[in-house]
Design a protein around this ligand. Structure first.
Ligand code: GTP
Ligand code: MG
Length: 204
């Protein structure tokens, strides 16, 4: 995927703040600190497009990034951030649930999993939720620079098993440090976005 433009076009906590539902959207979901914002920067080759932080809980809003004026990547706030109060957690839940359950132009959610560890209970819960809405099937395993080749294939099996992924579902290992995996993911996102556009055209 050749990135000609990448731009933050909306920051939302409520539906009125979403951009018009006229382009396909692919969202990034995952535990806080798993590397969602970093991955967005890697994919778009922009160092500072999305804000990255060493401490979890950096992204607290739904951020819409428009790519090549043809599709959007939506950076969702991370879950499992222990220091959130209960009311903040509830607010987060409502915000995410609303976007994921009602957005007509949401085509796919990339589930980010830390490649070093087994998916957490919250990862499994999130992935089950995505299955329910048929938004599952694409997992990005982050921080793969921190594991060996050997560990990688072991961890792939563990992730596939824990999330009950189907054989045809994809898992792509990425490292923002080594800048690997982003071309593969970018190509996949392009196919997903294109299929939505073609379907739209044939509906008319
Ligand atoms: P929230 O906004 O809190 O939900 O977090 P996030 O998922 O957006 O994580 P973010 O991109 O801010 O990254 C968290 C930390 O992980 C940062 O310190 C990154 O530098 C680091 N990180 C992200 N990706 C990688 C990677 O591939 N390799 C290594 N070694 N570190 C990474
Ligand atoms: Mg973030």
């Amino acid at each position: 995927m050749k990135i000609k433009s990448a731009e933050l076009i909306a920051v939302a906590v409520r539906e009125e703040q979403y951009p018009p539902a006229d382009l396909p959207e692919i969202a990034f979901a995952g535990r806080s600190n798993v590397g969602k914002s970093t991955l967005l920067n890697l994919l778009t080759n922009r160092k500072k497009l999305a804000r990255v932080s060493g401490s979890p809980g950096k992204t607290r809003t739904i951020n819409f990034y428009e790519i090549n004026q043809s599709f959007r990547i939506v950076d969702l706030p991370g879950y499992g951030y222990a220091r959130l109060s209960r009311s903040e957690t509830e607010k987060w839940g409502r915000m995410m649930e609303h976007y994921l359950s009602s957005r007509p132009n949401l085509v796919k959610v990339v589930q980010l999993i830390d490649s070093r560890h087994e998916p957490t209970a919250l990862d499994v819960q999130m992935y089950d939720y995505l299955k329910y809405y048929q938004l599952d099937g694409l997992v990005a395993a982050t921080k793969s620079d921190k594991i060996s080749r050997n560990q990688r294939s072991k961890n792939e099996s563990a992730i596939r098993k824990k999330l009950s992924m189907r054989p045809e579902d994809r898992i792509i290992f990425l490292s923002s440090l080594k800048k690997t995996g982003s071309e593969e993911l970018g190509a996949e996102l392009e196919i997903i976005a294109d299929s939505w556009i073609r379907k739209k055209e044939s509906d008319h």
